[in-house]
Write a protein that binds this ligand. Sequence first.
Ligand SMILES: [Zn+2]
Length: 89
Amino acid sequence: MSNKTVIKQAINRILSPPVPAPVVKPAPPAPKYVDKTIVCAGCGASFTWEATDQAYYARIGTLSAPRWCPPCRRKRREFFQAHPEFDRK
Ligand SMILES: [Zn+2]
């Protein structure tokens, strides 16, 4: 091997393309929400917990599903507003 070849190889090594950067994994897709049917803890009626609502709940940091249908929730709210002496549990 001549000196020239050695130098050429050394230069080639230096000029060789850099190691490709590690592939960055794409962020996981945002969770998909689907409408859920929930049975109301109050009246037993089933109601739909809409995907848009779930996304909203998730955004404000509440992930638990509602236990009451909207009319019962409203009734409860009115009741507890009218009777603050009752514990809301
Ligand atoms: Zn209800």
